[in-house]
Design a protein around this ligand. Structure first.
Ligand code: FEO
Length: 445
């Protein structure tokens, strides 16, 4: 039951863990989430200088209450304390889970126990995850799946669903409260930034956190981001209520525009003419201790350039930061990485670059490795293994040679580059391993 007193209290902020308060974000719509200000690393990989929030919401209609998402299990107590300020458990008609990752579903089992009449509402991709999460089968769980265009009428308030898979798991969806033009967006438009002032017009500057979150969570799924934007952009939007970070009520559409910008969608505004020749890109990165791997890189680049329809760029990793190179690799068709072998390993900048590629969708790109070595030469096969692990195709066997390349060996490098380019462009018969003999690994120790 909402009272005037609880509304006043809600407007004063979320309170402390000892005295948590629900916060009204619109008429009959409350934030009932949790603050986690001391978290410094999320999911092991994301740094969180300001901690994070687990945002959950309660929407009241004339015919019941919808709870939209829950919180991480450790924060269940404050979630329930806030929820109880704005609804009785027997009023809860539906529990909408926009995303089943444990930071949003941790309090679900207990909520189901407290509100056993409530129907779970999940995306069409979520049932298998739900069953795994609850360790239960179909007979034991009451749930409905929804898709884009489906809606639930709470009485004077309709929840409409948008299927937005892979943002950030396959199960994810967004929920739109039509009458109040509020988008409950799940991880989309979220960020790890904890500030008890909650709203984007009150909190500190979180632009870095917003872009950082996009780069690590959404960027690998850009095509799905663009699909989601096609559903979201036509909606009238007064407020975006994500599951992490500030609630976006001041100029919410600018965050939608930022997603489009970060997704590089402006290229779509200028389509490539149908009669334009195919254009492929190969990026050759290298490190070189004494110049041998650099000479290999130059010969490989020259060989690749001799194939029509491919543009080759050559970069010395010694001279650049990793992040801009990641931006180059994302739209490229192929990469070749050259490293000497140092203490039985590739050089560290190679690994730095490869580990940074986890945020990029690499599936189907072509990869290759090369390098000069002193006596053991492990770097090349190690790089190839990692490229395969990142889902790149490695159609041309890696090329390595001992110490300073001879003219014949540089000719091999040229042929290697040519074979690589042919594998990328699909030209010639070189879609598989190069036909030029490459240096055999077997004779190396
Ligand atoms: Fe915030 Fe993908 O969970």
């Amino acid at each position: 039951m909402i009272t005037a007193a609880s509304e006043r209290e809600a407007h004063s902020g979320p309170g402390s863990d000892a005295e948590p308060r629900a916060v009204a974000i619109a008429d009959g719509v409350h934030w009932v989430g949790a603050l986690d200000p001391t978290l410094r690393r999320f999911d092991l990989i994301l740094r969180t200088a300001n901690g994070t929030t687990y945002n959950a919401y309660a929407v009241r209609g004339e015919q019941g209450v919808a709870v939209i998402d829950t919180v991480k299990a450790e924060f269940a107590a404050v979630f329930f304390a806030r929820l109880e300020q704005v609804a009785r458990y027997d009023e809860i008609r539906v529990i909408v889970l926009n995303h089943l990752e444990p930071d949003h579903s941790g309090a679900l089992p207990e909520l189901m126990r407290r509100a056993p009449q409530a129907k779970l509402v999940i995306s069409k991709r979520a049932p298998a995850m739900l069953k795994a999460l609850l360790k239960a089968d179909d007979q034991e769980i009451r749930y409905d799946t929804v898709d884009t265009g489906d809606e639930i009428d709470l009485g004077g308030r309709r929840l409409k669903f948008l299927h937005t898979p892979y943002l950030h798991w396959p199960d994810t969806q967004c929920t739109y409260l039509a009458e109040q033009q509020i988008l409950f967006s799940g991880d989309v438009f979220g960020c790890h930034h904890c500030d008890p002032r909650l709203f984007n017009d009150r909190v500190g500057d979180f632009r870095f956190a917003f872009d950082y979150y996009y780069a690590h969570i959404m960027r690998p799924f850009k095509t799905y981001v663009l699909d989601a934007l096609r559903l979201i952009e036509p909606l009238p939007l007064k407020l975006i209520a994500p599951t992490h970070g500030p609630i976006l009520r001041e100029r919410p559409r600018r965050y939608v525009a930022r997603y489009r910008e970060l997704s590089g969608a402006d290229a779509a505004l200028e389509p490539v003419p149908a009669d334009a020749p195919p254009h492929f890109t190969l990026l050759v990165f290298y490190l070189s201790a004494y110049g041998s791997t650099a000479r290999m890189a130059e010969a490989i680049a020259a060989g690749a350039e001799s194939v029509p329809g491919i543009r080759v760029s050559l970069y010395d990793l010694e001279g650049g930061e990793v992040e801009p190179f990641v931006d180059l690799i994302e739209p490229a068709d192929a990469i070749a990485l050259g490293s000497p072998t140092l203490n039985g390993d590739a050089a560290k900048p190679i690994w730095d670059l490869l580990s940074s590629l986890a945020v990029v969708n690499l599936r189907g790109k072509v990869g290759a490795a090369f390098g000069s070595y002193g006596w053991s030469g492990e770097a090349v096969p190690m790089i190839e293994d990692r490229l395969r692990g990142l889902k790149l195709r490695v159609p041309v066997a890696g090329l390595r040679l001992k110490l300073i390349p001879t003219d014949d060996e540089l000719a091999d490098c040229h042929a290697f580059g040519r074979a690589l380019a042919e594998a990328v462009t699909g030209s010639g018969a070189q879609a598989g391993p190069t036909t030029r003999p490459v240096i055999e690994y077997a004779n190396l120790t």
